[in-house]
Write a protein of this length. Structure first.
Length: 762
């Protein structure tokens, strides 16, 4: 058997496969050595500190002033105490190394289990590479990482019991569970593993394995040894409600959504599809060779993986061993090529391709180009990623002794609480804050921020304005609130009469941060706008040796902030700066700058922006709409500047909404469509797209119907709006209304409406 690992040593693997295996090990280390960027890290460290300082376990929430009466069952307490202890001794660098050690250990154990199962080297390396690409986004310092390791331990112990009847090992099941149930709520997966192996043994031997049954009961019983007793044992089952379609967290948090709702696929989604396809085919074609527990576990975790993206790594960990066996058997059974005289050449080509792919990935991960290509905010390094945490905000608050009440964005709460040791508005512990408060936050994204402020009476609003898009224009329009702090991702607004000693930097001060772009002449701006952008191939090559920077993203964030607050000179400055830093590859900057120059009645620079947008996409409909608005505004010079600015900005928000919807950020997309409609109430396409999301994603049919009504009122010849309204009416059991709308849509030339009429017309 061509295996790679035997009792921790590389023995049976031919020398050829040592190279891709070593490359895979290096890639695993490179992937796991990353800057800490998970927002949950703050509340985990804060809870660990609280437990050690108080020498007790929390009963009610201690971190917020909004839900301090809510019960807090902290099943992560042991994990939190451990990472706080490591942080106290080594700082954030020690936590980075801990993350690296845990990930490398996990993949060693996965490889060890595949070797024990007899999976051959080529198949093992191929599946481990797929697993690495799929699981990489979950390489974060959370308790779920420990759960993955414990699952492998359980598999190894239960495999030994199933194959070799080693009862002495079963004693480790409750021992591991005692640690597991005090570290992470997914300890109940251990029950599923024991149950599946118990049923499998019963089917095989025609009698129950009483030893395994006894140790299984002991494993369940030991879970009562936690700070919360029976409540702690049952609490994980309450969390299963998050996977219900009606659950508000399921609707708005991407990791709880299924993979088929992801609109923009990257390498990890394609790797997930490849692995799932291989696993499905392997299970079907080798079903007679599969053991009962393998089939049971495959079905359970395949369903979980289809329900939520975050469960796909669990599916891989559970199934990778017998998927490898199945793939081995399929190759051996169906392909004579790999068995005959061409076998060595086929294996050689396969191995070279795998090695080349791994060697190409390693430098791109180191330069962060891989993360950028895959729409990830992760970065290679050791320590804390200050860009992902509001460190500047914390330093500003503490240096200015701002101890007033704060309303903060969701992801910032845990970090502010950890760094300031003060009660915050809310953090990401969804099971603690509950659905009512989360819905209040959701409403604040849809013009409900004034109501939130009136209810909680804060002195400061601290938020990530790159994600909470709609708070900025609401605060700008709200009397009595003004900005006092801004960086590349965070903003602080203060109420009138609070923090009066702090003055927000004026335009000249902020623009002076980049003297190279200050006071550019018209000709210089035109030259910068018309600068030829680097080719996609050149940009790709840069990813092998040129480290990517957060600076362009920070500057573009600031540009968008100033655009929303109608500070056009600073918005222009930072958009131009972004173009310079990105070698003119950011098309969204050209959209925004076109609107700014239209507002400033500068047709020369508007034309320069249009020309660049056309180079990105010659058929871009946004340019056509901007052209039409320019013609309209030339006929109405008295109001042209205002209309131009609003139209261009509305189109920008519409475009952002489309991109966000494609990436699966449904709620953020709605926020952008709201902004587009607010800026241009006649924007029928924004009503259509918002209605589509409400109807198909959120099942809010009445609100969707209102949007479609607005779209057809604004544009009576809008075939797609009639089509969508008809589908919405059908979902509301109004077939006659649906047929009427489809007839109208068909009369305007829509072929899909004709098909629907043929299908549903009596």
């Amino acid at each position: 058997m061509d295996t790679c690992l035997d009792q921790g040593r590389i023995t049976g693997c031919r020398n050829f496969w040592l190279a891709p295996l070593a490359g895979l090990g290096i890639l695993t280390i490179v992937f796991s050595l990353r800057l800490l960027s998970d927002p949950d890290l703050g509340f985990h460290l804060n809870a660990g500190r609280w437990i050690i300082q108080h020498r007790a376990f929390p009963i009610n929430d201690f971190a917020t002033y909004t839900v301090s009466d809510h019960i807090y069952i902290d099943l992560h307490w042991l994990f939190q105490v451990i990472i706080y202890g490591i942080y106290s001794l080594t700082g954030y660098h020690g936590l980075s190394f801990l993350l690296c050690i845990l990930i490398c250990w996990l993949f060693y154990l996965i490889g060890r289990r595949m070797t024990n199962a007899g999976v051959r080297c080529p198949v093992m390396i191929f599946l481990l590479l797929l697993a690495l690409l799929v699981m990489e986004p979950r390489f974060i310092l959370r308790p779920e990482l420990v759960t993955s390791i414990f699952i492998i331990f359980y598999h190894i112990i239960l495999d030994g019991e199933y194959r070799e009847k080693r009862p002495s090992r079963l004693i480790f099941l409750p021992v591991i569970m005692l640690i597991w149930c005090n570290m992470e709520g997914l300890f109940m997966l251990g029950y599923a593993l024991i149950g599946a192996y118990f049923i499998s043994g019963w089917v095989r031997d025609r009698k129950p394995d009483l030893r395994l049954l006894g140790w299984g009961v002991a494993t369940v019983a030991v879970c009562l040894i936690n700070p919360y007793g029976l409540k702690g044992l049952l609490f994980p089952f309450e969390l299963l409600t998050r996977f219900q379609q009606s659950n508000v967290f399921h609707q708005h948090i991407k990791e709880f959504q299924p993979i088929f709702q992801v609109q923009t696929w990257t390498l990890k989604e394609y790797a997930s599809l490849i692995y799932f396809s291989v696993s499905v085919v392997g299970m079907i074609f080798t079903i007679r060779q599969r053991k009962t527990h393998e089939v049971i576990l495959w079905i359970i975790f395949a369903i979980l993986a289809l329900l939520a993206i975050r469960n796909i790594p669990l599916f891989i960990i559970i199934t990778i061993s017998f998927t490898g066996n199945a793939l081995d058997e399929m190759v051996s059974r169906s392909s004579k090529v790999v068995q005959g005289k061409w076998g060595k050449k086929v294996k050689l080509v396969f191995g070279v391709l795998i090695l080349a792919f791994i060697l190409a990935l390693i430098p791109r991960v180191i330069t962060n180009a891989y993360y950028s290509d895959n729409l990830s905010y992760n970065k290679t390094g050791i320590g804390l990623d200050r860009f992902q945490f509001p460190e500047g905000v914390i330093e500003f608050i503490e240096s200015n002794h701002l101890d007033g009440r704060i309303i903060n964005s969701l992801s910032y709460g845990g970090w502010i609480s950890w760094r300031t040791a003060r009660p915050i508005f809310v953090d990401a512990r969804l099971e603690v804050i509950g659905e009512p408060l989360y819905k209040e936050i959701e409403e604040s994204w849809n013009e409900g921020l004034p109501a939130l402020i009136d209810k909680y009476q804060p002195d400061l609003l601290v938020y990530d304005y790159s994600r909470y898009f709609s708070w900025t224009p609401q605060l700008h329009a709200l009397h009595g609130w003004h900005p006092i702090y801004l960086d590349g991702q965070s903003a602080i607004f203060a109420r009138e009469g609070y923090a009066t000693q702090i003055k927000f930097p004026d335009t000249s001060t902020l623009a002076g941060m980049s003297d190279e772009l200050s006071g550019l002449s018209l000709e210089s701006k035109k030259k910068l706008l018309e600068q030829k952008r680097i080719s996609g191939f050149t940009d790709w090559l840069h990813g092998f040796y040129k480290f990517s920077s957060c600076l362009p993203q920070r500057d573009q964030n600031m540009a968008s902030f100033f655009l929303q607050t109608e500070n056009l000179p600073l918005a222009e400055h930072y958009f131009l700066k972004t173009l310079k830093e990105t070698c003119c590859t950011s098309v969204s900057c050209y959209y925004a700058l076109a609107g700014i120059y239209m507002a400033n009645n500068n047709p020369i620079l508007v034309s320069a922006c249009y020309n660049q947008i056309r180079q990105f996409n010659p058929e871009d409909p946004v340019v056509h709409e901007l052209d039409l608005s320019t013609e309209k505004n030339q006929r109405h010079p008295l109001v042209g500047s205002s209309i131009c600015r609003n139209t261009a900005e509305a189109i920008r928000h519409f475009n952002l909404g489309n991109d966000l919807f494609k990436s699966g950020a449904i709620q953020d997309a709605i926020v952008q469509y709201n902004e587009a409609i607010l800026l241009d109430p006649s924007y029928s396409k924004a009503y259509l797209n918002r209605g589509y999301i409400r109807a198909t994603e959120l099942k809010e049919f009445q609100l969707a119907l209102s949007d479609f009504d607005s779209a057809v009122i604004l544009d009576p010849d809008f075939a797609e709006a009639y089509l969508s309204r008809g589908s919405c009416r059908l979902a509301m059991k109004d077939l006659s209304g649906a047929l009427e709308d489809w007839k109208k849509s068909a009369s305007l030339g829509n072929q899909q409406a004709l098909e629907l009429l043929r299908k549903h017309q009596p």
